[in-house]
Design a protein around this ligand. Structure first.
Ligand code: SAH
Ligand code: SF4
Ligand code: F3S
Length: 440
């Protein structure tokens, strides 16, 4: 038997990259690669990258700089760049950093095994096509491996929305939904391997419109209801959604599908209609508020999460005040906020930036408010009895860590057999990043 080759994968960016990294590692395990926990041990180092903001992109070049001495010591170590930076910059990566042997965009991962053979033979390999075929169909799967209780499952990829600031439509390509049967098959397989919670992924997951075997189109709500029939699957989540694709049956599912968790990430980006228009979001602040009201009608305890950009080109104090106002009206339980970062090739990159110190102070002000809301939402859990899906051992002896339906981390003293199960926990304390409770 030959020694297994060692693969180290480092993942940046969104959950879809986490999912893709798992698929790539599975594909390469068919080629004798075993995953290791550090670059130093590896024969192959694969960076799965994110291009969303300048900082995210530049991180990759500093990481490659750090890997250079390792490569200089051992020229047999191979280095690959996958993901959205690979798609956006292609060959430029190899020019800027010649230690890179392989560049592979998100839509060609099924070609990775063949590319690896070329790299092992001492060649360079680059593929950033947008092929017609389904990349997941061709990725060999390791169906035996046991899985933890929570898993991601990509159902839709790419984006046709072209928000003026965003690189995703260019790095992930056009919106594509995977067929219903393949998603159901993959979900059943995950559940057989121990998964109890599935988060459906898509850049615009609520625009899902996959075909069933009779060629009929299913929306996300129908898919969720079908997945809910898998007996040992306890929880379903989905991310990320666009307000314009939040259809009635999906809203209704929050009210009548027990397995769909009461948490929704619904980015709005800004509370100013002028800025929303300039961002090409195609909805107003009021449209968003009305939508939230309808979703909360269906599920009053829903915990809402959002994304915000401050300092978008042309944003005035008044525009920003409207964002603060919207945040106060919505009351978020979770949120992510960013300073606008001009991305090459996007329409907004041509426009004049807001002064960086103004953007900084707006970001601070917004984050203070969002943090306050997040705190209040988390603290408000104290005294409640919540179902918790236990995922793993905690740091303290005898303690397990899991998540509530609202996605808060919960610690409780509990027997190890409860890992992978949902149990009721009375919440006793709220700390900075987690809740503590006791089994009921
Ligand atoms: N598909 C998802 C999100 C994609 S990126 C959606 O439509 O919501 C995640 C978040 O990053 C976005 O919601 C946005 O808030 C932020 N973002 C994207 N491009 C950005 C940019 N150029 N500058 C700053 N933040 C950005
Ligand atoms: Fe980017 Fe907008 Fe598409 Fe989200 S909807 S991925 S922010 S272009
Ligand atoms: Fe980043 Fe690409 Fe995801 S740019 S956020 S890794 S889709």
């Amino acid at each position: 038997m030959t020694e297994p080759k060692k693969l180290f994968v480092k993942t940046y960016g969104c959950q879809m990259n986490v999912y893709d990294s798992e698929r790539m590692a599975e594909a390469l395990s068919g080629q004798g690669y075993e995953q290791v926990g550090s670059a130093e041990e590896a024969d192959m180092i694969l960076l799965n990258t994110c291009h969303i903001r300048e900082k995210a992109s530049e991180k990759i070049y500093s990481e490659l700089g750090r890997l250079k001495p390792l490569r200089d010591d051992n020229p047999n170590v191979k280095i690959g760049v996958a993901g959205c930076v690979a798609q956006a910059e292609g060959e430029e990566i190899m020019r800027r950093q010649p230690i890179v042997d392989l560049v592979v965009g998100p839509q060609t991962y099924h070609r990775l095994p063949a590319m690896m053979r070329a790299v092992e033979a001492g060649e360079k390999a680059l593929d950033t096509d947008f092929p017609e075929e389904d990349k997941f169909l061709h990725l060999p799967k390791d169906r035996r491996a046991k899985r933890g209780p929570c898993a991601f499952l990509t159902v839709q990829e790419g984006c046709d929305k072209f928000c003026a600031f965003c690189v995703v439509p260019y790095t992930r390509g056009a919106e594509v939904s995977r067929p219903v049967a393949r998603i159901l098959g993959e979900a059943r397989d995950l559940v057989e391997r121990g998964v109890r919670e599935i988060t459906l992924l898509g850049q615009n997951v609520n625009a899902y419109h996959g075909q069933d075997e009779d060629g009929r189109e299913w929306g996300l709500a129908r898919l969720i209801r079908e997945l809910a029939k898998i007996e040992d699957l306890a929880r379903i989540r989905f991310t990320t959604s666009h307000p314009n694709d939040m259809e009635d049956d999906l809203i209704a599912a929050f009210g009548d599908c027990d397995k769909l968790m009461p948490y929704l990430h619904l980015p709005v980006q800004s509370g100013s209609d002028r800025i929303l228009k300039a961002m090409n979001r195609k909805h107003t602040a009021q449209d968003y508020l009305d939508l939230i009201a309808r979703i909360r009608d269906a599920r009053p305890d829903l915990l809402l999460s959002g994304d915000f950009i401050v300092g978008f080109p042309g944003e005035t104090d008044e525009d920003f005040a409207q964002t603060m106002d919207l945040v106060r009206k919505v009351n978020y339980g979770q949120a992510y906020s960013f300073k606008y970062s001009a991305r090459p090739g996007t329409p907004a990159a041509e426009r004049a930036d807001v002064a960086p110190e103004i953007a900084d102070s707006r970001l601070q002000e917004l984050q203070a408010l969002l943090t306050e809301q997040q705190r209040a939402a988390q603290d408000g859990m104290v005294g409640r009895e919540l179902p918790v899906l236990f995922e793993k051992h905690g740091r303290q002896e005898g303690q397990l860590i899991g998540k509530s339906g609202y996605l808060h981390s919960v610690h409780a003293v509990a027997p190890a057999e409860l890992i992978g199960q949902v149990a009721m926990v009375r919440i006793i304390k709220s700390a900075t990043n987690s809740l503590t409770g006791a089994l009921v």
